[in-house]
Design a protein around this ligand. Structure first.
Ligand code: RP5
Length: 165
């Protein structure tokens, strides 16, 4: 098992269906990660222990996903100056707008980078982590360029249907 470069944390097992999209991007690019369900309000001490452990192990950034009062990312950012990428999880009553606003409105001085609500945000957080790691890894930078080109090629190849009638 390789030393993780990214720590992925989520407030509940129910967040995995969204957060697996972050893990998928990292896995596809061969970036080792460790994923855990830990809660800022249910397991605060364990969360801090986990963050400290990964920081000591040499992790380069964290991705934190949570729904509702999404303080998880803020607590992680309170414990480390490493980049923290926050993914708002769609919530039951406010569809993740609450999660997004609480992440994006971090008080000045302890930033978290907030991504889109849901699957796209999780995937983009994974890709953003890859982009950060690629700054110091030429092989990863090349793989990211190949990935971007594939997306460009896909849109260039689109043939729109003719209007009938
Ligand atoms: C938050 O509350 C979690 O991040 C999750 O998005 C939400 C609901 O958690 P569960 O009730 O599904 O455990 O802490």
């Amino acid at each position: 098992m390789k030393t993780p470069l990214v720590g992925i944390v989520m407030g509940s097992q129910s967040d995995w269906d969204v957060m697996r999209h972050a893990a998928r991007q990292l896995k596809d690019f061969g970036v080792p990660y460790e994923a855990r369900a830990l809660s800022a309000h249910r397991t605060p001490d364990l969360l801090i222990e986990w963050v400290d452990g990964l920081v000591s192990a040499g992790v380069k950034c964290f991705i934190a996903g949570a729904g509702g009062a999404a303080h998880l990312a803020g607590v992680v950012a309170a414990k480390t100056a490493l980049p923290v990428l926050a993914v708002p999880i769609p919530s039951k009553h406010l569809q993740g707008l609450d999660s997004l606003l609480s992440m994006v409105q971090m008080p000045k001085g302890i930033p978290v980078a907030a991504f889109a609500i849901g699957d796209a945000g999780a995937a983009n957080a994974g890709l953003f982590a890859v982009a950060m790691l690629a700054l110091g890894d030429k092989k990863l930078a090349k793989a990211l360029q190949v990935f971007r080109k594939a997306q460009a090629d896909a849109i260039k190849a689109v043939k729109l249907p003719d209007l009938s009638g």
